[in-house]
Design a protein around this ligand. Sequence first.
Ligand code: AMP
Length: 527
Amino acid sequence: MTKFTDLKLDPKVLSAVVDAGYEEPTPIQAGAIPPALEGKDVLGIAQTGTGKTASFTLPMLTLLRRGRARARMPRSLVLCPTRELAAQVAENFDLYAKNTKLTRALLIGGVSFGEQDKLIDKGVDVLIATPGRLLDHFERGKLILTDVKVMVVDEADRMLDMGFIPDIERIFQLTPFTRQTLFFSATMAPEIERITNTFLHAPTRVEVARQATTGANITQKLIQIEPARRDQTAKAKRELLRAVISAEGEACTNAIVFCNRKVDVDIVAKSLQKYGFDAAPIHGDLDQSQRTRTLENFRDGKLKLLIASDVAARGLDVPSVSHVFNYDLPMHAEDYVHRIGRTGRAGRKGTAISIAVPSDEKFLGQIESLVEQEIPRAEPPEDFELSEGAKQPARKREDAKGGRSRGGRSRDRGGRGSKRDQRSEETQQPQSAAPQEQQEEQTPKTAEAQPEEARSEAAPEAASAPKPQSRSQSSDEGGNARRSRGGRNRRERDNEVVGMGDHVPDFLTVSFRPGAVEETAEDKADS
Ligand code: AMP
């Protein structure tokens, strides 16, 4: 077994590692540190939570121990896809560099250029940045990249998702050909492969875990519900989420609740707050100071439930998260692995509970084939009952479907019960003729939730961001991320709500095409 003392790290760096309480290097550290210290390029295929930040920071600090940075000419670069990740790397740097005189600057959006310029002007050894912000500084003539000796690209696959690859290529071209590159990605998509083939020189490849691995110490559960009315789905999911969190009781010390869309992050957070839960949202549209405050509170145990989008939460290192709840199943199977990996860190036990509705069937299939296991099915908590609104079938649609039944409880793998069950359930379900308003939960929604909800009805988190016009406009990491996969834009357009305001007449929600009733903005928020 490799020990830290075998790794030829600078003694000052080593003593900081000892102070951090690490007993032995993680596999990515044992694999990546020796070639990095020999000056080789490294291609690390590892997820967050594997100790990969130290696997590039420790050798970098050792390599930079001699020499001094000149004004505006950083000696190394670390590129991260989001502000939070960059800030996290900076924290790691501070921890491991505490016994050295090495300096660093953090260049991220949402922070004034002036302060950052001052630091760069003094000369820094390590520049930790998001790609857009780095290029903004470069274009303003404030930064010279010709002295970069080591360049780290962290979470390259997320950079790809966010449309940052052209920026990364440009930064590669602005740094000297002779630089050393340490490149990390959780997956090796073809585009990532292309970049590494172009810019890395005979890299040492270190792979620590298969991309699809979910931790064995994480208890996974999937609860499927099928609300009678699709326009009540979001409300039913929020009801179930509350019931599930409550049912976990004290075992749930803190949790991240994932939503696919920024708008739902806000709605779910508001709804939970309204029902007395200690919850706060985090996503790319919130201002930086709010994001930082929320994260700090969550890390410090002052906030119990962090409601998050994938982009905002990706790679965040909060060591002891007891639960992850998927309010939505993610649309990309790898995101499932990343999400549930937020719990069960450093060998602790964790619980990941996902909510699924019939329209998630495709995503569920993709997740299960990626992780090569069936996510264990679980029943909703004992006392969980869908609200009346969600239980009542929409009249005409029922007729059109020949009375197919839907229940609140999952019964079998598909959560829909056998045909026989469905039939018997159907006879118990009143074919309601009550006006829609009477069927809905009587909880008023907040004024704030309405306009945003109506605006971005179907926009997934990243895709709902303004379309990038120029590089610098698209560079606001996290918030204005652009996803390239999955053809979402078309779907987004198809689902757009145009000019309905909040009140949608009842007849408009009834479809003549079975299964085509869309959720109205009005029904979406119970908060
Ligand atoms: P990362 O994958 O870089 O986000 O690191 C995940 C967590 O592992 C962080 O909280 C680190 O402080 C911690 N960590 C990194 N290296 C080690 C190690 N060798 N032993 C124990 N914990 C570590």
